[in-house]
Design a protein around this ligand. Sequence first.
Ligand SMILES: *[C@@H]1O[C@H](CO)[C@@H](O)[C@H](O)[C@H]1NC(C)=O
Ligand SMILES: *[C@@H]1O[C@H](CO)[C@@H](O)[C@H](O)[C@H]1NC(C)=O
Ligand SMILES: *[C@@H]1O[C@H](CO)[C@@H](O)[C@H](O)[C@H]1NC(C)=O
Ligand SMILES: *[C@@H]1O[C@H](CO)[C@@H](O)[C@H](O)[C@H]1NC(C)=O
Ligand SMILES: *[C@@H]1O[C@H](CO)[C@@H](O)[C@H](O)[C@H]1NC(C)=O
Ligand SMILES: *[C@@H]1O[C@H](CO)[C@@H](O)[C@H](O)[C@H]1NC(C)=O
Ligand SMILES: *[C@@H]1O[C@H](CO)[C@@H](O)[C@H](O)[C@H]1NC(C)=O
Ligand SMILES: *[C@@H]1O[C@H](CO)[C@@H](O)[C@H](O)[C@H]1NC(C)=O
Ligand SMILES: *[C@@H]1O[C@H](CO)[C@@H](O)[C@H](O)[C@H]1NC(C)=O
Ligand SMILES: *[C@@H]1O[C@H](CO)[C@@H](O)[C@H](O)[C@H]1NC(C)=O
Ligand SMILES: *[C@@H]1O[C@H](CO)[C@@H](O)[C@H](O)[C@H]1NC(C)=O
Length: 865
Amino acid sequence: MQFAYAAYMSLLLLTLAHDQHRWNQSLATSDPFYPSPWMDPNADGWQEAYAKARAFVSQMTLLEKVNLTTGTGWASEQCVGQVGAIPRLGLRSLCMHDAPVGIRGTDYNSVFPSGQTAAATFDRALIHQRGYAMGMEAKGKGVTVLLGPVAGPLGRMPEGGRNWEGFSPDPVLTGIGMMESVRGIQEAGTVACAKHFIGNEQEHFRQVGEAHGYGYNISETLSSNIDDKTMHELYLWPFADAVRAGVGSVMCSYQQVNNSYGCQNSKLLNNLLKDELGFQGFIMSDWQAQHTGAASAVAGLDMSMPGDTEFNTGVSYWGANLTLAVVNGTVPEYRIDDMALRIMAAYFKVGKTIEQPPINMDFWTSDTYGPVHWAAGKGYQQINFHVDVRGDHGNLIREIAAKGTVLLKNTGSLPLNKPKFVAVIGEDAGPNPNGPNSCPDRGCDNGTLAMGWGSGSANFPYLVTPDYALQAQAIKDGTRYESILTNYAWSQTKALVSQANATAIVFVNADSGEGYINVDGNEGDRKNLTLWRSGDALVKNVSSLCSNTIVVIHSTGPVLVTDWYDNPNITAILWAGIPGQESGNSITDVLYGKVNPSARTPFTWGATRESYGTDVMYKPNNGDGPPQQDFAEGVFIDYRYFDKADTPLIYEFGHGLSYTTFEYSNIRVEKSNAGTYTPTTGKTAAAPTFGNFSTNLEDYVFPTNLEYIYQYIYPYLNTSDARNASADPHYGGTAEEFLPPHATDSSPQPLLRAAGRSSPGGNRQLYDVLYTVTADIKNTGAIPGDEVPQLYVSLGGPDDPKVQLRDFDRIRIDPGQTVPFRGKLTRRDLSNWDPAVQDWVISEYPKTVFVGPSSRKLALKADLS
Ligand SMILES: *[C@@H]1O[C@H](CO)[C@@H](O)[C@H](O)[C@H]1NC(C)=O
Ligand SMILES: *[C@@H]1O[C@H](CO)[C@@H](O)[C@H](O)[C@H]1NC(C)=O
Ligand SMILES: *[C@@H]1O[C@H](CO)[C@@H](O)[C@H](O)[C@H]1NC(C)=O
Ligand SMILES: *[C@@H]1O[C@H](CO)[C@@H](O)[C@H](O)[C@H]1NC(C)=O
Ligand SMILES: *[C@@H]1O[C@H](CO)[C@@H](O)[C@H](O)[C@H]1NC(C)=O
Ligand SMILES: *[C@@H]1O[C@H](CO)[C@@H](O)[C@H](O)[C@H]1NC(C)=O
Ligand SMILES: *[C@@H]1O[C@H](CO)[C@@H](O)[C@H](O)[C@H]1NC(C)=O
Ligand SMILES: *[C@@H]1O[C@H](CO)[C@@H](O)[C@H](O)[C@H]1NC(C)=O
Ligand SMILES: *[C@@H]1O[C@H](CO)[C@@H](O)[C@H](O)[C@H]1NC(C)=O
Ligand SMILES: *[C@@H]1O[C@H](CO)[C@@H](O)[C@H](O)[C@H]1NC(C)=O
Ligand SMILES: *[C@@H]1O[C@H](CO)[C@@H](O)[C@H](O)[C@H]1NC(C)=O
């Protein structure tokens, strides 16, 4: 046997579940699952796309298929990631580009509120509109795949650096956020990408090189060790919703799960995602998250991003290696065909046609002219066309951020009505003196916080600061207005807020982002849960002197407000999340009552950091080996943990006030006739192949009429000598020798009982509505307002959370009016995952439903028969 030792070791870790590990014999392992499922021609919502993709892929040569699956290398083209083009068939290179709050690194784009802020609206329609607007902007720039939305991190730890990019630690709220975002983005004609799959809950130790940068020499990345039940009931749940919504692509994550890398873990990709959930789109690697060639191909990976082994190596696990691996029979033909089919099906599914407008922006520079191949410095031409794709999205952005602002406390000072004198205090109310886009990828905390940092950032087209908008309102009202836009001018601040008639509005923040940037000692993840830049001292100081102090918090998650939240001089507290470009207008709309607040906090506000029960691992716990993060708390994160531990907290999940009041009454439960659950049985068809290929390596040699571009990844071989072409000294061996059993099996495979028959998202009966729960909600105040009734369930077992969110609505109600709320409970909502049966099962325990305005205000209650 001759093959690369490193690859061999990864393969062993990948496949031999019971093999001994190098570091610690008791480490978690992942069972192999092969072969990799092929597309289902009859899958719901995919039939037409499948037919178009089959017709297209049937015309493709092997080199063209490899081109479609392999990125051209870091900075080789204009987008964050691109694959090779298919010039012969008129298909330009597909562009994979960031994402979560706006089109990254370009201009004349919008900056939207974060996913977390969108989640706080509890408004499906608004989340959908946000997705659609983002999909339109992506399309307008020539982006094929928008790299969002985010359900990993889910938010296991409140310190998690990228939690703001996603929605909420509650899987149902995140699942609805995923579903509405995917639908919106794809209706606009852009492919969405559900990421990061899965267990990607912290930034620390997600990449080996990054960890070296902050002083830890680990051999492999962190392993998230997650048991099967927790996986299904918590982390996989929102991905199931994304798949059910027809998401075109999924990005596998950097870290390992059970000591097998996210992008070559066959249990995750083949079993859970493609088989059980019936995912029909394609799986792309996170950037540099691929670690093997043939092994990742048979484990379910469909696209290598950005294509090179590591940035700018000029070599690839795929590209020429994939061409060779197919020709030499290691990777079966049906697998490369299935990769190409999945990519093209996702492409056609969103309504794209072969001819697409060109990419009109460049990620690597804002110059109008420059090298189209940035890394190589080749192809000088116009690369930025500065196309304005913003439409009228500013209005939507203003609305989402206002409707996503949570009124945590109000003793009567709000809404403001022509106040006599407003004093705005804090750096977080003002501009970054160097400009809103001055810090690369927003890696600093200067001025008002309207975006976190990392690849989830985008350039502001403008940023309306709170100071700007509040001053404009004050001038209109004849209010006296003064602002001090620094946290460090205490004597001046003291003199100002001590004056008679002051309404002091103190703006404070806490930031976080992605692990490749360190801001003030925070390696992506927050190092604490307190406010930044002396925010606590500022709030305490101002409120000790001003009896009408209003606090506005911009943050990427909860902060500790324990020391001051109940000071009677603090008359109101608002969480304005991560609002995007209209920040000042949005908060002004809420403070002055133009928007009656009704957002709900999408996470719990604990009294202490320890009270969350989970925390980021900041120091490796396994020597030089992969850090081991055991998700030992199971499904008990955020409010489920607080409820279980019966820990006092400050503001519970789902809490949020309004300027009016509501009364809940009259809960009713109606049972539907859904019939009994039938596990799926039967088999798939055998794996199809489309076309054929030559086994003569001469046919794959680099064409003489093509100019080689430095560091570019091609599907071609440098020579017809296989060993030299692969540049792998251990080239050789046979598939049987080093791929896991069944890895190349193309025979019909048994359908999983929890999987659907052609129904993405899993067995369609899981989504049957078993009960409808209704309640009456009356606006008992004097002004119209939106209310967010929430439906929770107790599944009744000793290992079940006290309550779990299952449905909600956001309803407009006029004063004196009573409106019914209708919540639905599906079979999945009432089930637990049974690891022994490998299916969802409704337990015998008595079940109870609750309706109320938050997770701890659940006065209405009924038993399920
Ligand atoms: C092996 O890993 C387990 C779980 O992470 C840990 O408790 C144990 O101390 C480790 N043992 C050694 C020898 O490192
Ligand atoms: C990880 O290991 C746990 C415990 O054996 C198991 O329940 C779970 O299914 C495994 N998950 C994966 C993805 O291998
Ligand atoms: C592969 O893609 C590159 C551009 O990215 C293109 O130059 C080349 O012609 C493509 N090869 C094939 C076989 O389509
Ligand atoms: C990291 O550890 C490996 C052995 O585990 C060693 O070969 C390498 O030199 C170390 N690198 C650094 C930067 O310390
Ligand atoms: C093929 O993959 C190996 C790693 O498995 C790598 O060392 C080699 O450079 C690759 N060859 C090409 C041509 O990219
Ligand atoms: C087939 O090609 C792959 C990719 O270069 C290589 O890793 C493997 O060793 C080759 N296998 C055979 C049997 O030549
Ligand atoms: C910008 O923020 C950083 C922390 O992110 C801080 O160290 C620095 O002093 C700030 N600069 C200005 C001009 O406020
Ligand atoms: C302003 O402050 C003065 C002095 O404390 C007080 O007499 C007056 O009622 C206040 N006016 C308003 C509108 O609050
Ligand atoms: C928490 O981190 C922030 C940001 O780095 C820092 O400004 C603050 O001082 C820290 N808080 C404490 C209590 O150390
Ligand atoms: C808070 O007040 C104290 C004096 O009481 C002062 O030393 C400190 O600088 C102030 N801090 C802030 C952030 O205002
Ligand atoms: C509230 O503000 C008043 C000044 O208006 C001050 O005298 C008092 O000490 C403050 N109370 C608290 C609890 O900070």
